[in-house]
Design a protein around this ligand. Structure first.
Ligand code: F6P
Length: 487
């Protein structure tokens, strides 16, 4: 909060932090399944300001004023949400097309082929311009701090810079950045890089992604790079490239006091799923996305049951998969495939009383997910590639009893911080199956030792630290620019 005193803050993201939905005669407010929203929202609550995002709920238009503003969160009304309306054509081209069929697979290198259509690219440019214009329109000062979120807005930083040259633009790329060869297949690589270099600071989750980005710039632009200081100079602008590992809001004592006990969570979840009280549970919680390694996880569960038959009847794998981007064929095919494999495993190993895999393919709210974390002996995160991954951090935060084991993919950014997890290569089914067995048989004392250490890491490196580090760097850059302007 101190970092922000007196400064105007504007956030730009595609996904809005609150969605107003019509349900019968009532309007209900929902939170989207989004790591980005989880991370940025507490920062906005602390600093006030304006958040510009795409209005997507069925009642979103009913609650805004003439400027498309609504104060959120409901009840607290800490900051302004400015909604921007996209046509179906814009959403199809910019969001589903260029962002999610092009940039998403391009950056994740999850062996799904990126699709680049000229028409999607046009929409992406137009929508970036519309959001950039909204930033300029909302700005009350010449030098706001603009926090640009994610791969939906690669072009926006340079667009804002053109109109507000004194703005401090912090762009955070929430997904991985691939190596120059992989990125180089994008027909508009130059335009994307130039757009991003309109930022004052460009943040990634890990040093590895920063290095990939700098190498990409080096390969495709005539830029000057000061490797020692991680600064790229291109045309008249300088951009500082830095890693800021994103995180979660650590639960306060008051929040924890409201949680049902671990015992109650265990009982409730098992009752709801019709599982015996002594059943061990491993859970997965993801958006239903091909980058999350859900298929590989199911293969590991299958291998576990093959290799260690003692788990028959005694263990269930519960996968929450929040439907996501379902209008894209790649996602629909993937979701069908997961359902088929689940059925196959259940038919192969299950019996009339017991099904090893429970696939819950629907959105679960925060309380339901927290209950599942507290009820599960193991949490499995097997992303094939992930910028950071917040599920693993949420699991640690939920385990105030210091029990539970985290299995974590080495290809998630979080693996660089959470060393006490059981780290696996999700492409290696045998290794993941063995990790599951090890987790299910891990002595309490070892669980406690690992979980206590994981919790300490997540508590310290929380989302306020993520934002604080970025804003402290922004403060230094603002000062430096002011001093240089005087010389
Ligand atoms: O991982 C990138 C990201 O933008 C996250 O920040 C967010 O959780 C997720 O994708 C949401 O995707 P979408 O907004 O397309 O549902």
């Amino acid at each position: 909060r101190t970092q922000l005193r007196g400064d105007e803050v504007i956030v730009v993201s595609n996904r809005e932090p609150y969605i107003h939905q019509r349900e019968g005669d009532a309007i209900v407010v929902k939170r989207p399944a989004s790591g980005l929203v989880t991370a940025v929202e507490p920062v906005m609550r602390a600093c006030s300001g304006t958040w510009i995002a795409h209005g997507s709920g069925s009642a979103d238009r009913d609650v805004v004023d003439a400027n498309d503003h609504v104060r959120v969160p409901p009840g607290a009304e800490d900051y302004t949400l400015r909604r921007l309306w996209l046509t179906e054509e814009e959403e199809a081209g910019y969001y589903f097309g260029f962002a999610n069929e092009g940039l998403w697979p391009l950056c994740h290198v999850a062996h799904v082929r990126p699709v680049f259509r000229e028409s999607d690219w046009q929409r992406y440019r137009e929508v970036n311009q519309r959001f950039a214009d909204a930033v300029v329109a909302e700005a009350r000062s010449e030098d706001p701090i603009v926090l640009v979120q994610d791969y939906h807005f690669a072009l926006l930083p340079a667009m804002v810079r053109a109109k507000l040259p004194r703005a401090t633009i912090l762009t955070f790329w929430h997904i991985p950045w691939p190596n120059p060869e992989s990125f180089g297949i994008c027909p508009w690589r130059r335009e994307l890089l130039e757009g991003m270099l309109g930022s004052t600071i460009l943040g990634f989750h890990t040093r590895y992604h920063c290095k990939n980005f700098i190498e990409t710039v080096d390969r495709y632009l005539e830029a000057r790079i000061e490797h020692e200081h991680s600064i790229v100079s291109y045309r008249d602008d300088e951009t500082f490239i830095e890693s800021y590992p994103i995180s979660i809001e650590w639960p306060t004592e008051r929040t924890v006091a409201r949680w049902p006990s671990v015992e109650d969570c265990r009982r409730n979840v098992r009752q709801r799923l019709g599982l015996p009280a002594d059943q061990l549970i491993a859970c997965g919680v993801d958006r239903f996305d091909y980058t999350k390694g859900i298929l590989e996880r199911l293969h590991a569960v299958e291998r576990l049951l093959e290799k260690y038959p003692r788990w028959t009847d005694r263990f269930s794998f519960v996968q929450v998969a929040a439907p996501s981007r379902s209008s894209l064929p790649e996602y629909r095919v993937f979701q069908e495939r997961i359902k088929e494999v689940t059925e196959r495993i259940n038919t192969r190993f299950g019996n009339e009383h017991w099904q090893p895999v429970r696939l819950l393919a629907e959105h679960h709210d925060t309380d339901a997910v927290n209950e599942l974390y507290r009820a599960s002996e193991v949490c499995v995160v097997t992303s094939l590639h992930d910028g950071m991954n917040l599920v693993c951090k949420e699991y640690c935060a939920a385990r105030d009893d210091e029990a539970g084991v985290l299995i974590l993919s080495r290809f998630a950014g979080a693996a660089r911080e959470l060393n006490e997890a059981l780290i696996v290569n999700p492409y290696h089914v045998e290794e993941t199956a063995d990790a599951l067995h090890r987790a299910l048989t891990m002595p309490q004392a070892e669980q406690r030792e690992r979980m206590a250490s994981l919790r300490m890491t997540v508590r310290e490196a929380n989302v306020y630290r993520w934002a604080g580090l970025m804003l402290a760097d922004a403060g230094r850059w603002r000062l430096r620019e002011r001093i240089e302007a005087r010389v």
